[in-house]
Design a protein around this ligand. Structure first.
Ligand code: G6P
Length: 614
């Protein structure tokens, strides 16, 4: 969703901002803009609908000098994506320019009050209301910009990360945040600002993560100064981030998604590195071991997540219940937060989030903490809001995921939850030693089996050609692979825009089988597991009604091969880890279908990678 980049220092701001905005493109957006303050104190704003490349064309030949500036990519919430609604927004007098990520919920009340005070508005955005509110306070109170921002934000209800610059104040950016991410990069007499540290990693590896309710006064002549909305000073806590630039580039692949799918042997290795002893198979997860008393006494585990992370959580639920015998509930974070959930102090709430910034998941974490539960995070992005808001957690360590469709994060999340279940189950005594060892050995063997699975890429590309023009798809799975079917269907929907539905195979006869005809292909996951024979029967029922079947089967399984029209054979591992292998051909199938349809695979329409508004 919306991305923010800012710079104040001694170099030209525009190249830094444009490079940062390009890095943020993966988050999803529909317009872009910059505001630059030049040496003569002129405040120029350039913005337009479309991609950053269009903004670059729009900037050609324009006065774009300035060593201080802010830039933005907008994902429309209030008002359609167009040039006027794009950020930055000028205040009425033209003295302030503001960029905003988030939603101001009480913008109507604020806007009416400003209109009564003589303000008028050019755009339909909530953000323009905020810049005018700041201007109004600045003028009526005769205070500094930072002070006006602080006072204005005390009146604001909602989520925001903002940055403001001002004519006649050529050394300073004022930034603030509430529920939306904001990080400040520290250079030498220069500062960078972004919604994602990765976008400014070329310049510095020292970052200050702004906390909710903080206002930062970023002045090139002074040390960074942070105040709380209450007016008290806040400590400046500088963190070092190790991230390599090559992780943010495509590395020869046509799309980030394909790169990320192919990275999975390595990302799973990174995820388990130092956590499973190759000699003894012992699993060590410090986040769990340090809080073992909480897990030993937990009456229930509630997992909250959204999107692909929610699918991973459904697999985690099955593994934890099987190995730990603790009841697990999986909730959409967006539902959980609004339904007055019952949370006890001996419940553990686990938040699963690749970005660590998903607004609903973050809100669910806050709710759970208020209710006194112990909150555990499973995130990918180091230092992200959810990682910081939870009591403890385990990073999945799969590296930056840029493609909007989540792939390597999903397999990393499932791997972490499997390791968690092993550690907790062992401590509880609910898990037989041989199962513990078989699964930990299974996890150690995943990188090799994933590499074997990826060799099917060409076969899947050929299969994708046959189905590129399908209008609908059904994905079936049972047990551990029911969530994989949901995930396979989601991948296809997200990037190819083909309607797809994931179902537990046995539910077909309760309604969906009515949809089956020659135009409705079914992807059936029928690997060798507890319900294998039953899934084969479900496949036969579909075949009998003229449906086309693509079956995902265990290598060498002839029975399933005979039942299906097309067969994809994958290696076999322990049952609870099979989703990690079976999800990979489904990622590739969605990928190739989307490519053949000419879709924008990495940035599908209407979607955002990091959903920082609810
Ligand atoms: C967005 C992304 C999905 C992701 C979901 C949850 O919708 O496009 O790929 O699964 O958010 O994101 P999270 O970062 O919390 O895992």
């Amino acid at each position: 969703m919306c991305g923010i980049v800012g710079y104040v220092g001694h170099s030209q701001a525009l190249p830094v901002i444009l490079k940062g905005l390009h890095r943020l493109e993966y988050r999803g957006y529909d317009s872009a803009g910059v505001a630059l303050l030049d040496a003569e104190g002129k405040l120029n704003v350039y913005k337009c609908k479309g991609k950053v490349a269009e903004l670059e064309r729009h900037l050609e030949g324009k006065d774009s000098f300035g060593t201080i500036g802010i830039g933005h990519t907008r994902w429309a919430t209030h008002g359609e994506p167009n040039d006027v609604n794009a950020h930055p927004h000028f205040s009425e007098s033209g003295e302030l320019a503001l960029i905003h990520n988030g939603i101001i919920e009480n913008f109507r009340v604020l806007k009416d009050a400003l209109i009564q005070n003589g303000f008028s508005f050019r755009s339909s955005t909530d953000s323009e209301v905020l810049v005018n509110l700041i201007e109004y306070i600045r003028k009526t109170n005769g205070c500094t910009l930072a002070e006006a921002v602080r006072i204005a934000l005390k009146q604001v209800v909602g989520a925001y990360a903002i940055a403001v610059i001002e004519k006649g104040n050529p050394d300073e950016i004022v930034a603030a945040k509430q529920s939306s991410p904001m990080v400040i990069g520290i250079g030498k007499d220069e500062y960078y600002l972004s919604s994602d540290a990765a976008s400014i990693i070329d310049y510095t590896n020292e970052f200050v993560y702004l906390n909710d309710g903080e206002v930062a006064i970023i002045n090139r002549n002074n040390p960074l100064h942070i105040v709380k909305l209450s007016g008290e000073d806040s400590p400046v806590d500088i963190k070092k981030l190790e991230l390599s630039i090559s992780q943010l580039e495509k590395g020869g692949y046509p799309h980030f998604m394909l790169k990320e799918i192919n990275e999975q042997p390595q990302t799973i290795l990174d995820c388990i590195r130092g956590r499973i002893s190759p000699d003894t198979g012992e699993v060590i997860l410090s986040g769990i071991l340090d809080n073992m008393d909480k897990f030993l006494n937990a009456k229930r585990i509630i997992i909250v997540a959204c999107g692909t992370s929610w699918h991973a959580a459904l697999i985690g639920e099955r593994i934890i219940e099987e190995f730990c015998r603790i009841p697990v509930e999986v909730e959409y974070a967006s539902e959980f937060r609004y339904r007055n959930p019952i949370i006890h102090s001996d419940d553990i709430v686990v938040a699963v989030s690749q970005s660590g910034e998903t607004a609903d998941t973050l809100a669910a974490v806050e709710l759970a903490r208020k209710a006194g539960a112990f909150v555990y995070g499973i995130c990918n992005v180091i230092g992200s809001s959810i990682a910081r808001a939870t009591d403890s957690g385990t990073y999945i360590h799969v590296g930056p995921e840029i493609g909007v469709a989540s792939t390597k994060a999903f397999t990393g999340q499932v791997t972490v939850m499997a390791m968690m279940a092993l550690v907790i189950g062992k401590a509880l005594g609910t898990l037989p030693e041989e199962t513990y060892l078989a699964v930990s050995k299974g996890i150690l063997g995943l990188p090799e089996l994933i590499a074997q699975t990826l060799k099917m890429s060409d076969q899947i590309a050929d299969l994708a050609k046959i189905f590129t023009y399908a209008h609908n798809f059904i994905y079936l799975g049972r047990g551990y692979n029911y969530p994989t079917a949901l995930e396979g269907a989601l991948k296809l929907k997200e990037i190819s825009y083909i309607h797809a539905e994931g179902l537990p195979a046995a539910e077909m006869k309760h309604g969906p089988i009515a949809l089956i005809d020659a135009e409705m292909p079914t992807v059936a996951i029928a690997t060798l597991d507890q319900t294998y024979e039953k899934t084969i029967s479900n496949i036969e029922e579909i075949k009998a009604r003229g449906g086309k079947i693509i079956a995902l089967v265990s290598r060498g399984d002839d029975l399933a091969r005979r039942s299906a029209d097309y067969c994809l054979e994958i290696p076999q591992t322990v049952e609870c880890l099979m989703p990690i292998l079976s999800s990979i051909p489904l990622q590739l199938l969605a990928y190739y279908i989307a490519v053949y349809k000419g879709r924008n695979v990495d940035q599908p329409r209407n979607l955002a990678k990091s959903v920082t508004v609810e």
